[in-house]
Design a binder for this molecule. Structure first.
Ligand code: NAP
Length: 251
């Protein structure tokens, strides 16, 4: 399956690196398109229209306001379209691309290193197009989680904003260690390795987070006391408020 990226910004670059696939690229910022194509061993198209004619699947990686402009350039030429454009539901995509298969994805930034997550909602003509090949392709760099479309916004708050939310947790925990004399680099490494190891441990043992918490926090011990402080000082309320804000803004 020949693929083409429209937009060669941060998310297109992360996805393209994770897929490791030669691709055709077009970006209105010519240097960005050229840099990504060079990195992928792919090519730059002369225009969005030329790109759409030459590939089996166009991956839309532009921003939401550019939907209609890009659709005007490629509708009638594109054979199938996968969109990673946030806040753009299937109804909007199918109206912009009538008659062809449309696939809506939300990836997160760890796709770049093969450990991403994609939320996925298929358009009404999904089965008429390269859906299976697309699933195999995206599965190379992340777990694809099919969702009813109304759940995409809450899912996005967790998995797309999630890397930034978890990065704040890493920063805060590391800074607490620095206040007690650790070097910032050491503290950061300790926390990042702990986060990666915790995820791997959960996965390997098929545990949920609450089971793991109970396994580490022996009753009456210091971890349990520390967890109590985090609960009392409102960690859950903070995450609730952040997720609420993201979900409500997407409505
Ligand atoms: N970043 C994330 O974690 C994340 C996660 C999930 C989904 N997304 C979605 O991914 C999309 C891309 O996000 P991003 O962070 O990669 O944005 P970005 O870095 O701004 O990249 C978008 C690129 O598309 C270019 N572009 C604009 N109009 C175009 C056109 N008509 N044809 C071709 N290229 C065009 C932009 O150029 P200009 O700068 O000149 O406009 C820019 O270089 C967004 O829709 C976002 O919602 C992002």
């Amino acid at each position: 399956m020949r693929i083409g990226f429209i937009g060669a910004g941060s998310m297109a670059s992360a996805l393209a690196r994770g897929l490791g696939e030669r691709a055709l690229v077009f970006d209105v910022q010519a240097e960005r398109g050229e840099a990504l194509a060079r990195e992928l061993g792919g090519q730059v198209a002369a225009s969005n229209a030329e790109l759409a004619e030459q590939v089996d699947l166009v991956i839309l990686c532009h921003k939401p306001p550019q939907l209609d402009e890009v659709a005007t350039q490629i509708a009638g030429r594109a054979k199938a379209v996968a969109s990673i454009v946030a806040a753009t539901p299937l109804a909007r995509l199918e109206a912009a691309y009538p008659g062809i298969p449309v696939y809506r994805f939300i990836p997160n930034i760890p796709v770049e290193v093969g450990r991403g997550v994609f939320c996925y909602a298929p358009g009404s003509r999904a089965a008429d197009g390269p859906e299976e090949a697309l699933m195999r392709l995206f599965s190379r760099c992340g777990v694809v989680i099919p969702l009813e479309e109304p759940l995409i916004e809450p899912a996005m708050a967790l998995m797309s904003c999630g890397p930034a939310f978890l990065a704040l947790v890493v920063e805060a925990l590391a800074e607490a260690g620095v206040r007690h004399g650790l070097e910032p680099g050491q503290a950061g490494r300790l926390v990042v390795e702990t986060m990666a190891g915790t995820a791997a441990y959960l996965d390997a043992n098929g545990l949920n987070a609450a089971d793991l918490r109970r396994r580490v926090a022996t009753p009456g011990g210091l971890t349990e006391k520390g967890l109590g402080v985090l609960e009392e000082t409102g960690l859950r309320r903070s995450f609730d408020a952040a997720v609420d804000l993201v979900v409500e803004a997407g409505r």
